[in-house]
Design a protein around this ligand. Structure first.
Ligand code: AMP
Ligand code: TRP
Length: 323
C-alpha cells in the first residue's frame, strides 16, 4: 500500500499535529510505502514572510525527523522541489468543479478572516489532490480538518478516471479513532491550531512551559474527572491527550482519578507529557546540529519522489492528449 501525507511548514508542530497526523505516519511507515511532504506551496496561499518560510522548511524537516519519520523507511521531501506537483494541479483543475472549491469549509473560514483571499487559497485543494494523485497514493493519514479536502481528492480522481481512463487509485482517508481532533488548551470548543498559538501545546515544549500550559488549561466548573464531550469538553480533551500519550485507556484513567480534583489530574498529565515529550526534544536538539545530514535527507527524498512523479506525469500527459 502506498501512503501520502503532507504538513505545512508554518511554525511549530503542536501535539494536535502529532496525535492526529504524525504519530500515524510513524506507525504506517513500518508496514507501508510512505511518502511525506513538507508542503511549502500550500503555505504561501495566505500572507507570509519569505525569509521565514525558508527557515521554516528546514525546521519542519527537523521536526518530522525528530518526531519519528525514518528516512530509511519513508520518503521525505519538499513539495516545491518537484515541479510536477504544480503541473498536475493545473491539469486537474480542468476536471474540478468550481462549486466544490467554493464549498470547502477551510476556504470559507480563511477567506472570511483575510477579506482579500487570493485564487491560490481557493485552488488549495486541487494542489492537495495533485500531491496525493501524483504518487498514486491509496491512503492518506490526516486529522479530521482535512477530511473534506480528501473527499474532493476522491471526486477529482474519479472525474479524471472517467474522462481520460483509469489512471489514479481513489484514495481513502485514514483517521485516528481518537485524537483526530485535539482541542485548544485555552478553549476546548476550538481545535488546537497553529493559527491560534495561545491554545497550542507544542511537541518540543520545555518542561516548565508544559506545566504552566496544562495547569492553566480551561476546564469546566464541575469536579469529576470524567469523559463527557458535551458537558466536559475541556476534561475530555485532556483525558484524550493523557490516554494517547500514556497508552492507557480513558476508562482506566477515569478510575485512577476517581477521587482526584482537577488540579492533581492536571499535575499528573503534565508529568506524563514532560516524560513523553522528552525524547522529541532531545532528538530535535541533536538534529539541529546536523544540518548537512538533514539537507541530504531532503535531497535524497526529492530524488526518489521525482522518479514516481515523472512517471505519473508522462502517463497523464499521454492520456490527456498532451504528449
Ligand atoms: P497543518 O498544521 O494544518 O499542516 O496540519 C498537519 C496535520 O495535522 C494535518 O493532517 C491535520 O489534519 C492535523 N491536525 C492539525 N490540527 C489538528 C488537531 N487539532 N487535532 C488533530 N489533528 C490535527
Ligand atoms: N492541507 C493539509 C493541511 O493543512 C496539508 C496537505 C497538503 C496534505 N497536501 C496534502 C495532507 C496531501 C495530506 C495529503 O494539513
Amino acid at each position: 500500500m502506498r501512503i501520502f501525507s503532507g504538513i505545512q511548514p508554518t511554525g511549530q508542530i503542536h501535539i494536535g499535529n502529532y496525535l492526529g497526523a504524525i504519530s500515524q505516519f510513524v506507525q504506517l511507515q513500518e508496514k507501508a510505502e510512505c511518502i511525506f511532504s513538507i508542503v511549502d506551496l500550500h503555505a504561501i496561499t495566505v500572507p507570509y514572510n519569505p525569509q521565514e518560510l525558508s527557515k521554516n522548511i528546514f525546521d519542519a524537516a527537523v521536526c518530522y525527523l525528530a518526531s519519528g519519520i525514518d528516512p530509511e523507511k519513508s520518503i521525505l521531501f519538499v513539495q516545491s522541489w518537484i515541479k510536477e506537483h504544480t503541473e498536475l494541479a493545473w491539469l486537474l483543475s480542468t476536471v474540478t468543479p468550481t462549486g466544490d472549491l467554493l464549498r470547502m469549509t477551510q476556504y470559507k473560514e480563511k477567506s472570511k478572516q483575510l477579506r482579500d483571499a487570493k485564487a491560490g487559497l481557493l485552488n488549495y485543494p486541487i494542489l492537495m489532490a495533485s500531491d496525493i494523485l501524483l504518487y498514486k497514493a491509496e491512503a492518506v493519514p490526516v486529522g479530521q480538518d482535512q477530511k473534506q479536502h480528501l473527499e474532493l481528492t476522491r471526486t477529482v480522481a474519479k472525474a479524471f478516471n472517467s474522462r481520460f481512463g483509469e489512471t489514479f487509485p481513489v484514495p481513502r482517508v485514514i483517521l485516528r479513532e481518537s485524537g483526530d481532533k485535539i482541542m485548544a488548551l485555552n478553549n476546548p470548543k476550538k481545535k488546537m491550531s497553529k493559527t491560534a498559538p495561545s491554545g497550542c501545546l507544542y511537541l518540543f515544549e520545555e518542561p516548565e512551559a508544559i506545566k504552566k500550559k496544562v495547569m492553566a488549561s480551561v476546564t469546566d466548573s464541575g469536579k469529576k474527572v470524567k469523559y463527557d464531550l458535551e458537558k466536559k469538553p475541556g476534561i475530555s480533551n485532556l483525558l484524550t491527550i493523557y490516554s494517547l500519550f500514556s497508552g492507557k485507556p480513558i476508562k482506566e484513567l477515569e478510575k485512577k482519578f476517581k477521587n482526584s480534583n482537577y488540579s492533581s489530574f492536571k499535575k499528573s498529565l503534565a508529568e506524563q507529557l514532560i516524560v513523553s515529550l522528552e525524547p522529541f526534544r532531545r532528538k530535535k536538539k541533536e538534529l539541529l546540529t546536523r544540518e548537512v545530514y538533514v539537507r541530504e535527507v531532503l535531497r535524497q527524498g526529492a530524488k526518489r519522489a521525482k522518479v514516481i512523479a515523472a512517471s505519473t506525469m508522462a502517463e497523464v500527459r499521454q492520456k490527456m492528449g498532451l504528449a
